[in-house]
Ligand binder design. Structure first.
Ligand code: FMN
Length: 172
């Protein structure tokens, strides 16, 4: 158990950028961090904690994020875990409930339900016919609030201080 894994599941890249911002913040707080695409993560055994986020599509998490949770459920029982998802577009960013399967695993491993961050859908980043169509309409834009995301990461960093030995930031 050496570091904090920040894993993400994305289709159009915006959730990856959220994960990177979280990773950066945890690093700044002195933690060792690895940021990885959830699709490439088989086991969390070498990590002391997990932050996992998925993009929301049709109210679902991406399969690779759910798989990571399922496959590692036992290991996550004794590794603190924080979950988020990203999706809501537009000016009314109501929190989204995670799919039941995700909520059930979260409850079993002692994690809170995922927090919701706004999403991004733009003509430049949209992939696929439906997304491109949606990106021409009222939902187009970048609704991620990086201040909110960094504030969430800071709260995680503070809680992580209790479970890992932070590495002093460079120059400290
Ligand atoms: C076809 C489609 C379905 C979507 N469904 C949802 C949804 O159910 N709930 C939600 O909050 N956002 C939904 N979104 C918005 C995406 O979650 C948002 O664009 C997100 O930032 C995409 O993340 P990614 O860039 O990491 O793939 C949907 C977007 C598309 C294109």
């Amino acid at each position: 158990m050496t570091d904090v894994l920040v894993a993400y599941a994305t289709k159009m890249g915006s959730t990856k950028e959220i994960a990177e911002a979280i990773g950066e913040r945890l690093r700044t707080a002195g933690h060792e961090v690895t940021v990885l695409d959830a699709a490439g993560v088989r086991s969390v055994e070498f990590h002391s904690a997990l932050v996992l986020g998925s993009a929301l599509y049709a109210a679902r998490w991406r399969r690779e994020a759910v798989k990571l949770l399922k496959r590692n459920e036992k290991l996550l029982m004794d590794r603190p875990t924080w979950l988020f998802h990203s999706g809501p577009l537009g000016t009314e960013l109501a929190p989204q409930r995670a799919p039941r399967k995700v909520r059930e695993i979260a409850a079993r491993i002692g994690a809170d339900e995922p927090v919701t961050f706004g999403g991004r859908l733009t003509a430049q980043t949209a992939t696929g016919f439906i997304a491109k169509k949606m990106a021409q309409g009222a939902m187009a834009g970048d609704f991620r609030d990086f201040d909110e995301i960094r504030a969430w990461a800071d709260r995680i960093a503070a809680q992580l201080a209790d479970v890992t030995t932070p590495v002093p930031p460079a120059g400290a």
